[in-house]
Structure formats: C-alpha cells, structure tokens
Design a protein. Structure first.
Length: 328
C-alpha cells in the first residue's frame, strides 16, 4: 500500500484551518481530523484527495504554501537527524532508506553537473493530487535546507511536469527563482556548493544516535487504513432513511460475513455500533445546521421512527435538544 505520514496530513489540515477553513470541514473525511491522534500514516489516495479538495477550496498555490510552513520538528526524529547531519545535501542521500517514514512515494536522486546539482523527485503523476503533493515537497525542501544550514540558500530553478496554475504568486514567493512547468521531470536545482554547506548543528555522535532511533521507527511503521470504516459509514448513511441497517445487511453489501466485518472493524479500532452512532450524529448535525427541514423529517432521515426517540438520542450525543442545537 502507498502511504503518507500522518504528520504531513495533519500539517496540511492545520494550514487549511489557518487559511480560513474550520475543523468541521474535516470531520467527514475518510480519516477525520479528530481521529488522527493515534495513527502513523494514511493511504496515499486519501492524501491526494485532500490535496485536490484544498486546492479547489483555497486556490492555486495552497500546496506550495503548506510546504513553506513545514518545520524540522514536523518530521519527527527523521527531521532531527537531518539537523545534525554533516552537510545539507545529505538528506537526499538518505532518501531510499529513511524517507519511507514520511512516505513510500519519495525517491530523490541528485545529479551533479559541475557547479549545479539537480535534485530530482522521481514520480509519475497519475492524478492532480500527486502533482500538488510534489509541489508541497519541493517547496518544503527550500525551508528545510535553510533550517538545516541556518543560511538563506535558495534554488536556481524549479521544474514541474504539470501545467502552470492561473496564479503563480505563491510559487514566486516560495522559490524566488525561475519556476518552469510542462517539463520532463520534477526537480529543484541548487548550486553544488550550497548543497555541500555544513549544517549549523552538525554532530556525528548525536546524529548516529538519532539514526538508530530512525531505524527503530522505520521497522515499526504500521499503516492504518480507514477505507473499510469509511465504506461502512457510507452504506449506513444511505440506509438510514429506511431505518438503521443491521451488520448483516451491511456485510452482505460488502461481501463479508458478520464475523469478518466485525473483526476487520475491530482491527481498525471501531465497532459497528460506533459507526451507526457517528453516522446518525453527523447526518443530524448537518441537517440541523444546513437545512430547513423539520425535526420530524430529520428524525426520519437519521433512522428514527419517532421524533421523541430522536430527541432523546440527540440530547445524549450532544447535551442539547435538536431545537437548541439549531439555534446555537
């Protein structure tokens, strides 16, 4: 499975919130914002999908702006190991071995051509989200190298395979050099001497210790997929107007026995009952906030045959009666 670190996902959502979106906008994602605390990684397709969503909502250059907000600390122990390595370009030489803590889709390659060094990010862009992820990666490279060296080293040129956006403002501000599109490769070019700049906190012994920690984390990396739970929630949501579905009904749709579905949901850290409650609550809140439907209609849409039962359940979920929630 292709994946990305949950730290990169969290950073992207936090940057979107800083640009005006709210946490509520991210509560109905396959990996909701309030569930990421215990995860290590998310499937790559989810990561690309949120890139595409935020590019549409927040406009051209959002991915580049995310890259500019990356801090060494956002990369965990891997970032700390970068800070203490000997020279700036060393992080790319560690790509194949250690970058899988961030994703198994990073393949960096340095091509030295005399005074210039081209740092290639070898990816085949099969969807828009991957293009945007690459923009974020190359943008982050600029701030990471500056943080490592504590010097204002800047690239000479940046190349993208995809076509340019309508507004290049964020790109020009981030890279401060020619930015080319419709190129045969993804790359960022630096002066060779800049990539050989000694890092500000180079320390061989500390770096060796941190690399041991990185090795431990790399071996223990587990990817937690949320697609199954998301698919179950969708089936529950579609069924609610006809009544609360049984696990048997949902399992039949998914080609699983009750026992298999229960076990796989348990492995994902949820139960079928949890998903029923979460889906009902989510549908109810959305309709109360964003529609003019009556409470009785909303009760029906959330699987209740009586409004009084819905009122009691909603009060139990939120501490408020439906009417009070709508007013608030």
């Amino acid at each position: 499975m292709k994946y990305f670190s949950i730290n990169l996902y969290r950073k992207m959502l936090n940057c979107a919130i800083a640009e005006g979106m709210s946490r509520d906008d991210f509560m109905h994602l396959p990996t909701p914002i309030d569930t990421i605390g215990d995860l290590q990684a998310i499937p790559a397709d989810e990561f690309f999908a949120i890139h595409e969503l935020l590019d549409e909502k927040l406009g051209p250059g959002f991915s580049v702006r995310v890259g500019q907000q990356m801090k060494i600390e956002d990369y965990g122990v891997l970032g700390l190991s970068w800070r203490t390595c000997s020279w700036a370009g060393e992080i790319f030489e560690r790509s194949e071995r250690y970058f899988r803590l961030l994703s198994n889709m990073f393949i960096w390659q340095i091509e030295e051509a005399g005074d210039l060094s081209h740092v290639h990010l070898n990816r085949e862009a099969h969807r828009r989200g991957l293009e945007l992820s690459t923009e974020a990666s190359l943008s982050a490279t600029v701030v990471v190298l500056q943080a490592m060296t504590e010097k204002n080293i800047l690239p000479i040129q940046v190349s993208f395979k995809h076509k340019p956006p309508k507004d290049l403002g964020s790109y020009q501000e981030a890279f401060q050099c020619p930015v080319l599109f419709n190129q045969p490769y993804y790359s960022i070019t630096y002066k060779t001497e800049d990539l050989r700049t000694r890092t500000a906190k180079a320390d061989t012994s500390i770096n060796r210790f941190l690399l041991e920690r990185v090795e431990e984390e790399t071996k223990g990396l587990k990817v937690v997929g949320n697609k199954l739970a998301f698919d179950v929630e969708k089936l529950i949501k579609d069924s609610l107007p006809s009544g609360i579905p049984s696990i048997h009904q949902v399992g039949e749709h998914m080609g699983m026995s009750n026992r298999t579905l229960t076990r796989r949901l348990s492995e994902a850290g949820v139960s079928f009952r949890d998903l029923i409650k979460k889906t009902q609550e989510g549908v109810a809140k959305n309709l109360l906030k964003n529609s003019s439907r009556s409470i009785a209609e909303i009760a029906f849409e959330t699987g209740f045959s009586e409004q009084s039962a819905f009122n009691r359940a909603f009060k139990r979920w939120t501490g408020l009666a439906p009417v009070e929630f709508r007013k608030s």
